[in-house]
Write a protein that binds this ligand. Structure first.
Ligand SMILES: Nc1nc2c(c(=O)[nH]1)N[C@H]1C(S)=C(S)[C@@H](COP(=O)(O)OP(=O)(O)OC[C@H]3O[C@@H](n4cnc5c(N)ncnc54)[C@H](O)[C@@H]3O)O[C@H]1N2
Ligand code: MOO
Length: 334
């Protein structure tokens, strides 16, 4: 069935009493961009000047047949195909449906399946980046088809791609409240030569995801003290996340990475290919995530810590591959 058979072009002056086949958009630069007429609107005599003013001398009326979908229906099926329970759908608007988060959490989107969908002609599946922290109401995906009507088979292919794995294409993982122990190393802080500036920054970053610092303890640049404090947080306080600050680079007094390793940590990576945040250490000790935070976390607003922390709070296990992938696009400053 050809497009011309399904869509009938009618001059607006002859269209009174006929139904619009799609939303009609008006753009007044700097003032308005939006829907002037809704799909399904029955044209009235008084609409004709408005239609002409947005450049519409003809409109489409439509006859739908089996095997062909209107853009609104196509968008609805595509949105349903990728959604999960933590996601809300808007109504179609100019043929587009937006999927929004229903919760505060981490948006996780399967790039491989999104790429496969967008490789199909006429399919638009536009997403935010995976592993972004999101708030309720925040848009995650906008979807539509490019033509006004489309073969149902194309949309069915999107549905098949979505169903090719059990994991949803789009999910929002809620943040779990973690009880974190913070060990601030550095003899200059321990001995009171300077005031600690790390604690408040780390505390604020954790609280943004609903977690808390149960206690901040101070240690000099002495491995045995640092190891002892790690063990105390692990076994006495049952901390669910252990963070260490300072002493992460190359000076002889930088004892933190060695102490984290000697405490029995399985190191995922010492170093991340991201700037700032290149000297960060990620590991697990008896299954508890443990991180060494370099000095830049104290003063740079966005480092590798800000990428990894929300993932940990959302319950993800960080693997070597996750660290490797931080390099491409990871030069943010420094
Ligand atoms: N030759 C190299 N130099 C540096 C490298 C490197 O690879 N080779 N890496 C750089 C990067 S990246 C970072 S980040 C920094 C800092 O690393 P550290 O984690 O070892 O930081 P520190 O040496 O312990 O301290 C740096 C600076 O910050 C002050 N500080 C530390 N903790 C606190 C605190 N709790 N409150 C206030 N101020 C604090 C400390 O006194 C120092 O002045 O290394 C680069 N250099
Ligand atoms: O670790 Mo530094 O942490 O890249 O500025």
């Amino acid at each position: 069935m050809k497009r011309e058979d399904l869509l009938q072009e009618v001059a607006v002056e002859q269209a009174v009493g006929l139904m619009l086949a799609h939303d009609l958009t008006q753009i007044l630069p700097g003032r308005f961009k939006g829907r002037l007429f809704r799909k399904g609107h029955v044209i009235r005599e008084e609409d004709i000047p408005a239609l002409l003013s947005i450049g519409k001398e003809h409109i489409y009326t439509m006859r739908l047949v089996d095997g062909i979908l209107h853009e609104d229906e196509a968008a609805r099926r595509m949105a349903e195909a990728v959604r999960s329970p933590q996601v809300e759908l808007t109504e179609p608007h100019e043929g587009k449906i937006t999927l929004k988060s229903a919760i505060h959490g981490l948006a996780v989107i399967d790039k491989a399946r999104i790429d496969a969908m967008n490789a199909l002609d006429g399919i638009v599946m536009s997403t935010i980046r995976s592993h972004t922290p999101v708030k309720p109401g925040q848009p995650l995906i906008g979807t539509r088809v490019v033509p006004l009507i489309i073969e149902e088979e194309r949309v069915a292919e999107v549905e098949r791609i979505a169903a090719s794995s059990e994991e949803p294409v789009l999910q929002v993982k809620p943040f779990r409240p973690l009880r974190a122990g913070l060990i601030t190393t550095g003899s200059e802080v321990f001995k009171g030569r300077i005031q600690d500036k790390f604690g408040p920054v780390v505390r604020e970053k954790l609280e943004a995801f609903g977690s808390e610092i149960i206690e901040q303890r101070f240690a000099p640049d002495d491995s045995s003290v640092i190891i002892r404090e790690i063990q105390r947080f692990l076994h006495e306080d049952k901390a669910e996340l252990i963070l260490l600050t300072g002493g992460m680079s190359v000076d002889p007094d930088d004892r933190t990475p060695g102490a984290i390793k000697a405490a029995g940590t399985d190191i995922v990576s010492y170093g991340t290919p991201m700037l700032p945040g290149s000297m960060l250490l990620m590991g697990y000790i008896e299954g508890v995530p443990i991180m060494g935070l370099p000095g830049c976390v104290m003063h740079d607003p966005f480092t590798s810590f800000d990428v990894l922390l929300p993932r940990i709070c959302a319950g993800e296990i960080i693997e070597r591959q996750d660290i490797t992938e931080l390099g491409y696009g990871g030069l943010l400053g420094c």
